[in-house]
Design a protein around this ligand. Structure first.
Ligand SMILES: [Fe+2]
Length: 389
């Protein structure tokens, strides 16, 4: 999804006999997107990846997007995700908070490693690791991650998370259209441009040496169209000896994003990090802010009339918000004006740098709140703009 990578053992040519030391065949596995027309990787397995059975329908491993009752008012919302109880695994602990046809946004606060493998055929899963660390194990190898990392698991990649000790708190987005690098960051041959806010070297990919998940489970859960099924392999599904291509999990540290500053305020699009067909993921990182005479560093009140905005606040102090804390989310629906809270616009004059760290998702399709979101909704946020200080 970023560039071409390769790891481990590969034959010289695809679709040819590739032999093990004992003379047997390795099994080629073509992993393709957009039918056979899009980005692809080829993985080489010691065991046939299609040798599974007992496919059976099962209950959902985590709650679907549930919205009971009438649609909610178009209020500006403050959701305190630390109020959601830590529970489950990276798979079962997912709590959807906001959703539309393109995205589900939620939080995961797992307390245990995944006990089964998972392949999400409904979309690419992007995690922002607010707290915690561990290892993503997949066909592509082992990928370490820690606080401040984005972690991408492409659609339908079989994987599981093995967690380190300690609290985990992740912001999660299921992207049902593909997650990609914004097109304006690529040059005509696909390389990241000199003026892109990150480089190819900033992306970490799985390491493949030795067994990936030697004592791992043989069960694989698959979600497609929000239908869940369980499949049993005769061997552990997370094994491979080599792969190459452009589709693979990656980790990207948010602090590798190189922010731009302007003489006067630049629109949030300059913080664009990843895109889907209908949304933009932005990274707000510590930076120098607008340096021109009389520049107002605080974001202007705005009516971005086609876009719902969600921000996950990770660290630091936001120039435009008060009352939000680590792990807070704000939701500002299109159709109602939003902007700095009372006093913030004026007090930002003269500010030269900000130390905020946050992830924003702007989406063209209207989001709805789940019942779980309403359970951590902070009363009075929409009225906080009435305050005089
Ligand atoms: Fe905004």
């Amino acid at each position: 999804m970023i560039d071409y990578r390769r790891a481990g053992l590969l034959p010289d040519r695809p679709h040819t006999a590739f032999r093990k030391p004992d003379g047997g065949l390795y099994y080629e596995h073509c992993f393709t997107r957009h039918g056979f027309d899009g980005p692809f990787s080829i993985v080489y397995h010691a065991e046939p990846p299609q040798f599974h059975g007992e496919g059976a329908a099962i209950p959902a491993a985590f709650p679907a997007n549930v919205k009971a009752g009438a649609p909610d008012a178009l209020r500006r919302r403050h959701l305190r995700s630390p109020g959601l109880a830590a529970h489950g695994t990276p798979l079962t602990g997912r709590v959807p908070l906001l959703f539309n046809a393109d995205l589900t946004l939620g939080v995961v606060r797992p307390t245990a490693s995944d006990a089964v493998c998972f392949a999400n055929a409904d979309g690419d899963d992007l995690f922002y690791i607010h707290a915690g660390s561990g290892e993503l194990r997949s066909w592509f190898g082992r990928l370490r991650f820690g606080p401040g990392d984005y972690v991408l698991v492409p659609r339908a990649v079989s994987h599981r998370f093995e967690l380190d000790a300690g609290p985990q708190h992740w912001f999660w987005t299921e992207c049902r259209s593909a997650l990609r690098v914004p097109v304006q960051y690529r040059n005509p041959i696909g390389q990241l441009r000199m003026d892109a806010p990150y480089t190819h070297r900033d992306f970490r990919v799985p390491e493949l040496s030795g067994a990936i998940d030697p004592d791992g489970p043989r069960e694989l859960l698959v979600k497609r169209g929000d239908r869940w099924s369980r499949h049993v392999y005769r061997h552990g599904p997370l094994e491979a000896v080599g792969w190459d291509g452009t589709v693979y999990p990656f980790a990207f540290p948010i602090l590798a994003f190189k922010p731009k500053a302007g003489q006067i305020h630049l629109p949030p699009t300059v913080h664009g990090t990843f895109a889907t067909a209908r949304s933009l993921v932005c990274s707000f990182v510590p930076r120098v802010v607008d340096f021109g005479r009389d520049a107002i560093p605080c974001p202007y009140p705005h009516s971005n009339v086609e876009v719902d905005e969600v921000i996950f606040y990770a660290e630091g102090d936001f120039t435009s918000r008060k009352g939000v804390d680590r792990g807070s989310l704000s939701y500002h629906p299109a159709g109602v004006v939003h902007g700095p809270q009372p006093g913030r616009y004026e007090s930002s004059l003269g500010v030269r740098e900000v130390n905020e760290l946050a992830v924003m998702i702007d989406t063209f399709d209207t989001l709805e709140l789940t019942d779980a979101a309403l359970g951590v909704d902070v009363a009075g946020y929409d009225e906080s703009w009435w305050e005089t200080t």
